[in-house]
Ligand binder design. Structure first.
Ligand code: AMP
Length: 573
C-alpha cells in the first residue's frame, strides 16, 4: 500500500490525545489494510519487525542526520542547526523535503510501505567495512522519493521515536472494533493471542478473518519468546498478604535479570524479558540446563544473578549487565562474571502448556525436575507462610543476601503472559532522599524541545569547590506548569538554569552548581559512569531547594556512608 496513506494516518493520530478517537481512526484504517500487508502493523508500532524478533532498526540520530544531509545536499551542521531549533528530527526532515520540492524534482516514484519495510529491514543486517555508507544510501533512497510528510515519519521510524501515541493496546481495540461485533470480549482474546505470539502482524491476519476461534486456538510455542508475567507493587508485607491472600508463597526478589529458558529436544534458547535472544552470551547456562534439568521440552522462567568467585557473594545486576550484550570474549567474561540461575516458574513441560495450572502445581513440578546446584542453577528461594514475622525475617534475609526484596505470590494463580498482575507482588525497601546540585543537562526533543529534559546531579567532592556527578534525573518533573499542585515543570526548571549555563555542546550543556534539588532514590551503587564513582538507582526529582545553600548538599563521604548503611537501615513494614 502507499506509504503516504499510512503517513496521513500517523498525522491524524497525532492530532488527538484521546484514546477513543485514536482507536476510531485506526479502526477505519485497519479495514482498508489488505491482509497481505500485515507488516503495516509493525510500522504502526514504530518498527518493521514483530516484537518477538531480536532485530532492532537502531539508527542513531547522527546517522539519520548524515542521510538527511546527503539526500538534500545540505551540510551536516546546517541540519544540526535546524534540529536544535525545531527539536525534532522528523520535523527537520519534513522541512527539508518541503524545500527540496521547490528546488529539485524528485524522481516521481511513489513510496510504498513495502519499499520502506524492505529498505529498513536491511539496515540491521549491514555490518563491516563501508557499512555506514551503505546504510546511508538505503535511507537516502527513501528520503529522495519521499514527500514531506513521508520524510517526517521515515526519520522518526528510523530513530525509534514515532510519537503517535499508539501502543499495542490501542491497535488491539481497533482490531476488535474493525472486525468483530462483541468488541470488549474479543479485545481480551486478541490480547491473549498477542501475549502468546508477540506478533501483531500475525494476529492482525487472524483478526481480519473475523474468526474468534482462530484467536482462541493460539497457544504458547517452545522456542518462540513470549511476554513474561509482571508484578504489581506492594508497600508492605501486610498489604501484600491482603492482596494475594494467606497463606502465600514468598520468594526472593533477585537482583539480576529475567531469563526465559526454552528447550526443544537438543535446542536451547535463552531470552530476556525484552525478548532478546541471549543464548550465545550464556554458554554455561545452556550446559546447566542440559545437565541439571530433566525433560525433553520446556519453558522455564528465571532470574540470572551474578556472584563473586572469591567471596561467593551475590552481585548487583549492573555488575553483570555487560554479559547481556557482549558478543566477543564470551568465555573470559563468563569466568569473570558467573551467573546463577534461579528458576521461579515453568510455563510448558513435555508437550503440555502449564500456564493455566495453579502456581503451587507449577512450582512443585519445577522443583521435581531441577537438580539443585548452588551457584549454577537452583529453584528460587521461597517459603509458604501466613505469618508476618516469618515474612519479615525472610525479607531481611533476602536483603542480607544482596537481593532486592521479596515477591509475594498467590498459590492458586495462573501464569498470565504479558500482564502486570495483582496476584504477584514485589516489595522493595523504602526510598531514601538526598539534596544535590544540578551541574549539567540535556535538551529534549518533541514535546520537550526547547526545554532541558534530563539533569545531571552532583554531590560535593573531597576537595574544596569540587563537584562530582552521581546520576541523571528526568522523572518527577512535570510537563506543564505545575501551578498550585506544587512541583516544577521542565519549562520552569529550564528557565531557572539557563542563566548558569557555562558550556554548550550539541544538546548537552554544563551548568554552574547553583540550583539545589532534593531527589529520592532507591539505592546507591558503585558506578564507572560518573566521576564520583557512584550512581543513584531510580532517582526521582521531588523539590527545588532554594532554601538550601550549595555548601549544604550531600558530600562524597555521606554518599559512601549511605551506601554502607542502606541495607542495614531498610524498613520492612
Ligand atoms: P521490577 O523490575 O522492579 O518490575 O520487578 C519485577 C522483576 O523482578 C521481574 O521482571 C523479574 O525479572 C524479577 N524477579 C526477581 N526475582 C523474582 C521472582 N522470585 N519471581 C518473579 N520475578 C522475579
Amino acid at each position: 500500500m502507499k506509504y503516504k496513506k499510512l503517513a496521513e494516518v500517523y498525522e491524524d493520530l497525532t492530532s488527538t490525545t484521546k484514546r477513543l478517537e485514536k482507536t476510531d481512526i485506526l479502526s477505519k484504517f485497519l479495514k482498508k489494510v489488505p491482509k497481505k500487508d500485515e507488516d503495516v502493523m509493525y510500522l504502526l508500532l514504530g518498527s518493521v519487525f514483530p516484537e518477538y524478533s531480536e532485530k532492532r532498526i537502531g539508527i542513531s540520530n547522527r546517522l539519520a542526520i548524515q542521510a538527511m544531509s546527503k539526500a538534500t545536499g545540505l551540510q551536516k551542521k546546517e541540519v544540526v542547526k535546524l534540529w536544535k531549533k525545531i527539536g525534532d528530527l522528523g520535523k527537520v526532515a519534513e522541512e527539508l523535503a518541503k524545500n527540496k520540492k521547490q528546488s529539485t524534482l524528485s524522481s516521481g516514484k511513489k513510496l510504498t510501505t513495502q519499499k520502506v519495510i524492505e529498505n529498513v529491514k536491511k539496515l540491521p543486517e549491514i555490518e563491516g567495512k563501508g557499512s555506514v555508507s551503505r546504510k546511508i544510501s538505503l535511507i537516502t533512497e527513501l528520503l529522495t522519493n519521499a514527500e514531506p510528510i513521508e520524510a517526517k515519519y521515515i526519520i522518526r521510524t528510523l530513530i525509534g521515536d514515532l510519537r503517535i501515541g499508539v501502543g499495542e493496546s490501542t491497535i488491539r481495540d481497533a482490531m476488535a472494533d474493525a472486525f468483530f461485533k462483541n468488541k470488549k470480549e474479543v479485545a481480551k482474546k486478541i490480547q491473549r493471542a498477542l501475549d502468546r505470539t508477540n506478533d501483531i502482524g500475525l494476529v492482525f491476519q487472524m483478526a481480519k478473518k473475523g474468526k474468534v476461534k482462530d484467536l482462541e486456538a493460539v497457544g504458547i510455542e517452545v522456542g518462540k519468546p513470549l511476554k513474561v508475567m509482571l508484578a504489581q507493587k506492594a508497600d508492605s508485607i501486610k498489604q501484600g498478604f491482603e492482596k494475594v491472600g494467606k497463606p502465600c508463597a514468598i520468594e526472593y526478589k533477585y537482583d539480576g535479570f529475567r531469563m526465559l529458558i526454552h528447550k526443544k529436544g537438543k535446542k536451547l534458547t535463552l531470552f530476556t524479558r525484552r525478548l532478546e535472544n541471549v543464548t550465545k552470551q550464556f554458554p554455561e547456562v545452556v550446559d546447566y540446563i542440559d545437565k541439571y534439568v530433566k525433560g525433553k521440552e520446556f519453558i522455564l522462567d528465571s532470574e540470572a544473578v551474578g556472584w563473586d568467585r572469591q567471596t561467593k557473594q551475590y552481585k548487583p545486576f549492573q555488575k553483570i549487565s555487560q554479559r547481556i550484550r557482549r558478543k566477543y570474549d564470551i568465555e573470559k567474561l563468563q569466568k569473570k562474571l558467573p551467573v546463577e540461575i534461579n528458576v521461579f516458574d515453568i510455563l510448558y513441560y513435555n508437550g503440555k502448556s502449564q500456564i493455566d495450572e495453579p502456581y503451587k502445581k507449577r512450582t512443585k513440578l519445577l522443583r521435581k525436575i531441577i537438580k539443585k546446584h548452588p551457584y549454577k542453577i537452583i529453584p528460587s528461594k521461597k517459603i509458604v507462610t501466613d505469618n508476618g514475622k516469618k515474612a519479615k525475617k525472610f525479607f531481611k534475609k533476602a536483603l542480607k543476601d544482596n537481593q532486592e526484596g521479596i515477591m509475594m505470590k498467590n498459590l492458586n494463580a495462573k501464569y498470565q503472559p504479558g500482564k502486570r498482575v495483582g496476584h504477584m507482588l514485589k516489595i522493595k525497601p523504602e526510598e531514601r532522599d538526598l539534596d544535590l546540585v544540578i551541574t549539567g543537562a540535556e535538551y529534549g526533543t518533541g514535546k520537550r524541545s526547547g526545554w532541558m529534559s534530563s539533569f545531571v546531579l552532583s554531590c560535593k567532592g573531597k576537595k574544596k569547590g569540587e563537584f562530582l556527578e552521581i546520576g541523571k534525573v528526568g522523572t518527577g518533573i512535570k510537563e506543564k506548569k505545575a501551578g498550585k499542585s506544587g512541583g516544577i515543570s521542565f519549562g520552569e526548571l529550564t528557565e531557572k538554569l539557563q542563566p548558569y549555563v557555562i558550556e554548550e555542546k550539541g544538546k548537552k550543556v554544563k551548568i554552574k552548581p547553583k540550583v539545589v534539588v532534593s531527589v529520592t532514590y532507591q539505592e546507591i551503587q558503585h558506578s564507572p559512569n560518573y566521576n564520583s564513582g557512584w550512581a543513584l538507582r531510580f532517582p526521582r526529582f521531588t523539590a527545588i531547594r532554594p532554601d538550601k545553600p550549595v555548601k549544604e548538599i550531600a558530600n562524597l563521604k555521606e554518599i559512601e556512608k549511605d551506601f554502607k548503611d542502606q541495607k542495614r537501615n531498610w524498613r520492612y513494614g
